[in-house]
Design a protein around this ligand. Sequence first.
Ligand code: N01
Length: 565
Amino acid sequence: MSEQSDQAFSPTGGIQALDAVIIGAGFGGMYALHCLREQGLSARVYDDASSVGGTWSWNRYPGARVDFPGGPYYCYTFSEALVREWDWTETQPDQPSVLAYLNFVADKFDLRRDIQLQTRVTAAQYDESAQRWTVQTNRGERVSTQFLICAVGTLSAVNRPDIAGLDSFAGECFHTGQWPHEAVDFAGKRVGIIGTGSSGVQAIPVIARSAAHLTVFQRTPQYTIPAGNRPLDPDTVRHTREHWAQVRRQMIESPFGAPFVPSTRSALDDTPLQRQALYEKHWQKGGLGIAFDAYHDILFNQEANHTLAEFVRSKISQIVRDPGTARKLMPDYLIGTKRQILDSGYYETYNRDNVTLVDLREDPIETITPGGVRTARGEHPLDMLILATGYDAITGALQRLNPQGRDGVTLKQAWAERFSTYLGMAIRGFPNLFMIHGPETPSVLFNMPLGAELEAEWIRDCIGYLRAHRLGAIEPAAGVEAAWGQEVAQVASQTLFPLTESWYTGANIPGKHRQFAVHMGGPQYFKRLSDVAARAYEGFVLEPLPPPGTHRARDALSKSDAASR
Ligand code: N01
């Protein structure tokens, strides 16, 4: 433990003291640990899972793959040695490959000695006088830490749907986000799956190949685009290794953190025939380029958006042989404004004899029974039921953690009406708490490993600043969260995203407040983070350390600031 921690905290109950507790051993938490240890800080990661990897440890469902430009782009970028050492083999790596990579990273950087798995943080409480958090786990540990870093995942709080009779189902039942580690055997079984988001769309083609019968219960049809997964071209691998700094810079500066060179053309600049040819070229190649790269205005202009939406609908009509099934699969909202899905043979799967599509909008579920799912039109007998019903996204895991900040106020209380953050990194009333991929960061709309790195490095530098200036606590100032929230909403309002009900807006969870949860600025956001740091953490209140040997709080907040709480 560092010298400063001794000054900042005098243990009273003999509990262990650390500089930082990090919750979550995914991309963000693992890198935060590495960063803080490099600075000589003592840190420990807690994770409920039985392996490192975060989302890649939980999402072991069949077909799970990176749905972003993968291979050498969806990975850590901080270490050129690591980039040279790890051989990605496919453009869209599958879940076992990503998990193997994260385990390799944990070993290479000797992270495991400070990662405690199968340990859930059950409580975290801020002590104002000590400027420290007390963290408790389900194993009965209590730890005192100056900094609490929540790398709890944006898509980790599973959404178990409130469907009548769900608990009565007598067969096997799995959620895609809590998939068993043991192999799941579909052979000879009647399988049902509820949900056609990214997880369902990835799993359905794979399950259909071995199940006796697969029944898909779809509430909202999806636009999905072929992933075009293929072996990585050795020239691409060589180029990225040889020009790594340049590739990294290009990703940091691109709108979604991807190695795309954004188009400058509008979809409306081309004739219908030209557009068709360009969309067809992207469709054959696969990947997100068709939505993010072909034209610059698909996500900004409704008319441009309709051209691509119509193209994908025409593909559904061409691919799916039964016109009734094709009709049920037709989405009618703005393409790309729900999370854009990449698939491997999704629409084609509905041409199989052993697959049935149930459109829940015309034939809703009445109840789940011990033997299957009963919809308005009849019973669907099942041996296995899969819930691909998603997550209480972005804010859910933080609220389930429910830390208790200043004056005993919990996060659930603070966010009862709407969530608020400053920079998506910190929350007023919760000093010394940082988030990685928190609400109001680019998180899920930017390259997630790269975004996690940039955020973890910002936290590392911020802690370094506090230490260098003998400061004990940091917290957003009054008013900055409201301004930040307005900026997030304003950036989003320039796009088409807020026009569609999605988990970005909170619409997938009954009763959840509607608030756009992602900062869509990408590079502009990360520039803001750097600027705030360069201006001595502008917008934050910085408290001095308490006098050595005392527990008395040094209230550095100005009277007006305190009064405005
Ligand atoms: O979850 P989702 P997901 N009755 O919320 C339906 C990431 N991810 O796990 O659209 C019936 O997208 C719901 O219907 P509707 C990726 O970012 C990454 O699939 O709300 N249906 C929807 O069809 C992704 O976006 C990878 O009407 C119900 C589905 O369940 C995110 O995770 C892989 C229902 C949920 O779709 C979440 O994807 C997989 C109910 N009561 C996922 N409740 C990678 O490869 C919900 N639904 C990196």
